[in-house]
Design a binder for this molecule. Structure first.
Ligand SMILES: Cc1cc2nc3c(=O)[nH]c(=O)nc-3n(C[C@H](O)[C@H](O)[C@H](O)COP(=O)(O)OP(=O)(O)OC[C@H]3O[C@@H](n4cnc5c(N)ncnc54)[C@H](O)[C@@H]3O)c2cc1C
Length: 396
């Protein structure tokens, strides 16, 4: 077993960290205040190859491994502490990968080069106003009509609705098929019959969240991702990939919080000595660092498993992959949130100010605790299913 990164991986990680330090940190306040990632930042990300990284070079990506994408995600979560850029990054990476694997060739060539160049947006739409966890109960329906699918229903809490409208692009959208099963369709947001609503979030303000309404929107057959009726399985594969990158971003944010905290407790004194000398604080740091380190390697292993199996189309280790991904998505957001919260407390009153900036992470990471890319209890349900067997899932 060799835990070292290759020279190429290390060089790329260094380059993305430099980008995070120089560009993302410099823009994170602006991103939060203006509610969008500036075009020059997206262009710089595209230039570095950071958009939809796992997409093969023939469709404009860099054909990156899940491990390399995971490393980049850590650095982006560390760089833009609000998490907005991390969300943009991981949606493109996860769902770009899925499209490159399951969309018809012509659609890959039509859509992906623009996504990789930062010219259009690609996201996912599964959640509905009636709920996001119980996807089998969704109400949005699709039916075949000649050369098209006709889509009717509503999605909500979807990331990137405004970006897809502004830049062009759309979402991989799950619906129940009238012919049985689920269809996963790429739905360009500017299609006739599609309208959007923007919601007001408490954090990660630089990427929009909103609703999408489909009123008999006609979606060409070439936008079907995977086989007709098999969209659910396809979407679950995309979630496995995206959840790994979400977790990586949380780990980067956790490390940023701890680094900020360490710098402070070395300098700030109370009762005649630096805060870092008090065991009450030093031991807390030791415990948090240990947990972050454990989750980081858990996450890199999940990415490694994706590379060994999922990204090669090998489903023989699906249970192992599902366990690895669900367990890291279960642990990374809470530990990141805990790091931010604890460090805020080390800062005392200053931690509660916008000047120190810890509140950016506090608001951003919370999205992954409440549910983005699947609620924590859903990760527990996946683990229960994989550890005990399908018959132990207490409902259909
Ligand atoms: C900022 C943000 C961005 C998002 N972006 C997207 C996106 O791009 N695309 C998209 O499709 N969705 C997106 N979502 C939605 C997200 O996927 C859902 O929030 C998530 O799936 C949970 O669905 P829900 O919010 O409807 O909660 P519900 O399904 O109503 O669940 C509510 C709570 O109950 C828990 N729960 C549910 N069932 C069980 C059970 N059986 N046992 C125990 N606990 C249970 C859940 O874990 C959750 O904590 C986003 C959410 C947020 C907050």
């Amino acid at each position: 077993m060799d835990f070292r990164l290759s020279d190429e991986e290390e060089a790329f990680q260094t380059a993305v960290r430099r980008f995070g330090d120089r560009v993302l940190r410099a823009h994170e306040r602006q991103i939060d205040a203006e509610g969008r990632i500036p075009d020059n930042v997206l262009a710089a990300m595209a230039e570095l190859g950071l958009l939809a990284m796992p997409v093969p070079a023939e469709y404009g990506g860099m054909g990156a491994s899940a491990v390399l994408t995971e490393l980049a995600s850590e650095e982006i979560g560390r760089g833009d502490f609000s998490m907005a850029t991390a969300v943009f990054f991981l949606l493109e990476a996860g769902w770009g990968y899925l499209m490159s694997r399951y969309a018809p060739e012509a659609t890959r060539k039509e859509v992906l080069p623009n996504v990789c160049a930062g010219k259009t947006f690609l996201g996912v739409a599964t959640t509905e106003p009636s709920g996001g966890s119980d996807l089998a109960a969704m109400r949005t329906r699709s039916r075949r009509d000649g050369e098209d699918f006709v889509l009717r229903g509503e999605k909500s809490f979807v990331s990137g609705v405004e970006e897809a409208k502004r830049l062009g692009g759309g979402h991989l959208t799950l619906s129940k098929s009238d012919a049985g099963g689920f269809n996963f369709l790429y739905v360009p947001t500017r299609s006739d019959g599609v309208s959007t609503q923007r919601f007001t979030n408490m954090g990660r303000m630089g990427i929009s969240t909103g609703g999408l309404t489909y009123e008999d929107a006609r979606i060409p057959q070439r936008y079907l991702i995977g086989a007709e009726g098999k969209g659910f399985e396809c979407a679950m594969e995309g979630f496995s990939v995206a959840r790994t990158f979400v977790s990586a971003a949380c780990i980067g944010a956790a490390e940023r919080a701890l680094e900020t905290g360490m710098a402070y407790i070395r300098e700030r004194t109370a009762f005649g000595q630096p805060l870092g000398k008090f065991e009450g604080i030093q031991f807390e740091l030791a415990d948090l660092w240990t947990q972050v380190e454990a989750v980081k390697w858990q996450c890199r292993r999940a990415a490694w498993l994706l590379d060994q199996y999922t990204l090669k189309g090998d489903v023989s280790h699906r249970s192992e992959v599902d366990r690895a991904v669900a367990s890291v998505k279960l642990t990374a957001p809470p530990i990141a949130f805990e790091c931010v919260k604890r460090v805020m407390m080390w800062f005392g009153a200053a931690g509660y100010t916008k000047e120190v900036g810890l509140e950016l992470g506090f608001r951003g990471i919370m999205s992954y605790l409440v549910g983005a890319e699947g609620g924590l209890n859903i990760m527990r349900i996946i683990l229960g299913r994989e550890l005990l067997g399908k018959e132990f899932v207490p409902y259909k």
